[in-house]
Design a protein around this ligand. Structure first.
Ligand code: HEM
Length: 144
């Protein structure tokens, strides 16, 4: 995740996770950093394609989750913050865009592995849709 005020909120939200879940995710993060998981995966086209599939799962969750937020919150209220206190129109899209950007970067390392082209097409179309949706909801609410 990029270091921005929006992703700092994500770090703060981690404090609200159940303790054992938090410990598990911290363990995964620490070990992946210790072994240099991303750099290792990107050394080979097939493992880069597997890394891309893992990112695709995160994208899939965040895209569906953005759709929930759009349907159940944004279309029903102009209130500027969500229940957790994050800026409703920009915060979730910031995380989703970070994943989409990572995916395009990683896709360049995947060679001609099967399925990569379809994933990239989906990423590009979701990037455009998200940009338009966020632009609209920001304009409606006077958010810069
Ligand atoms: C109708 C269903 C849902 C809506 C409207 C919704 C809405 C939101 C909103 C507005 C936030 C921003 C944080 C804040 O409150 O300030 C958030 C964060 C989050 N929600 Fe949900 N949520 C829904 C379902 C779920 C489900 C089913 C899960 C997990 C299985 C989930 C997991 C998360 C996570 C992990 C975050 C942190 C953001 C991230 O990592 O991308 N949410 N949600």
């Amino acid at each position: 995740m990029p270091v921005t005020p929006l992703t700092d909120i994500l770090t703060d939200f981690r404090a609200y996770r159940p303790g054992n879940h938090r410990e598990f995710l911290e363990w995964v993060r620490d070990h992946s950093q210790a072994v240099g998981l991303k750099a290792y995966a990107l050394q080979d086209a097939t493992s880069a394609a597997l890394y891309l599939s893992a990112l695709n799962q995160v994208r899939d969750f965040r895209w569906r989750h953005w759709c929930f937020t759009r349907e159940y919150i944004l279309k029903r209220t102009a209130h500027p913050t969500a229940t957790g206190g994050s800026p409703i129109v920009t915060w979730l899209p910031n995380q989703l865009q970070a994943v989409l950007t990572q995916m395009l970067e990683v896709s360049g390392r995947c060679g001609g592995n099967a399925g990569v082209g379809e994933i990239v097409d989906l990423v590009r179309s979701q990037q455009e849709t998200l940009k338009k949706e966020v632009g609209k909801y920001c304009a409606d609410r006077g958010v810069a």
